[in-house]
Structures are given as structure tokens and as C-alpha cells.
Design a protein. Structure first.
Length: 167
């Protein structure tokens, strides 16, 4: 049975032992000690508890630095993308979706307006006028369908007339 009334001596390790255990060089361990990550317990000797705490602190700092670098890189990338989008918008290479759809609506509205009074301007013959109106109404419906498809394409990026677009 071990005696409990005697204080236990702390385990100490040499620089060479620490280097062998960690798979690092003696110089690396010395630099770690110089950076005060581990405390000396005499000439070339270090307490095991200090070595373990120092190693954990060292690697936690590396992980923290890496996560900060990754976050900073993501922020930099997002800023660069935002700048590229603003420049494309200024060059009118990129316009807001609402503006594009407004242009489509404007053109479709003008076509509809021009078609509306056309049969009466073409002829006074009622039967011929009704035939022309029927053909113009078909054309208006096709234009309305094209405008609807353009809106879907603008909103989703998929051509609704493409049979593979439903996949």
C-alpha cells in the first residue's frame, strides 16, 4: 500500500524526452519554452503537467488562429463578390430582375395597345373584323404566355417551355 502522508514528486521530463513524445524537434520544444508555454523546473527539465498544459494551449491557439483566418477569408470573399456585383450593375451587365420584367411588361403592353384598335382601322366589314380580332386575340394570348414564361425564367432560371426543366 502506498503511503499517503508523503508528498508525491512531480514528474519532470527533459527537452529530448518531450521532443520524442511529441514527435517534434528539440529546438521546437525549446522555442515553446522560450514563448513561456511551458515552465522550466530546473536546467533542461520541465514538469509533465506544465508540458501538457502548454501543448494544449499551443494547439488551441493554432486552431483559434485558423478559424479567425477562415472567417476573415470568407468576409474578404463576400466583399469582393459584392464589389463585382455592384460594378456589373453599373456597367448594366447586371440589372435588377424587376427592371427586366418591367421592360417585358412595357413591350407587351404596347403590343396589346396597338393590336386593340387594329381591326376597326383595317376594315368596316364586321365579319372580316371579327376574323381579324380572333387572329389578334390568338396572337395576344401567345404574347401573354411568352411574358409568363419570361417571368418564370427570370424568377427560377429555368425555361418553362423546356421539357427537361421540370427535372
Amino acid at each position: 500500500m502506498p503511503k499517503t502522508d508523503q508528498p508525491q514528486q512531480p514528474i519532470t521530463l527533459s527537452v529530448t524526452e518531450i521532443a520524442a513524445m511529441t514527435g517534434r524537434t528539440v529546438r521546437w520544444v525549446q522555442n515553446l519554452a522560450k514563448d513561456q508555454a511551458i515552465e522550466k523546473d530546473g536546467r533542461g527539465k520541465y514538469r509533465l503537467a506544465s508540458v501538457l498544459a502548454g501543448l494544449v494551449s499551443h494547439y488551441e491557439a493554432i486552431i483559434e488562429k485558423g478559424s479567425k483566418s477562415a472567417a476573415a477569408s470568407r468576409v474578404t470573399d463576400a466583399r469582393a463578390e459584392e464589389i463585382e456585383l455592384r460594378l456589373a450593375e453599373r456597367r448594366r451587365d447586371l440589372i435588377p430582375q424587376e427592371d427586366a420584367l418591367a421592360v417585358v411588361d412595357l413591350v407587351a403592353g404596347e403590343v396589346n395597345k396597338q393590336f386593340t384598335g387594329l381591326p376597326a382601322r383595317i376594315t368596316r366589314d364586321v365579319r372580316l373584323r371579327r376574323d381579324i380580332e380572333a387572329k389578334l386575340n390568338e396572337a395576344k394570348q401567345k404574347i401573354a404566355d411568352a411574358v409568363r414564361d419570361a417571368r418564370i425564367l427570370a424568377a427560377t432560371g429555368r425555361d418553362p417551355t423546356d421539357p427537361d426543366a421540370a427535372d
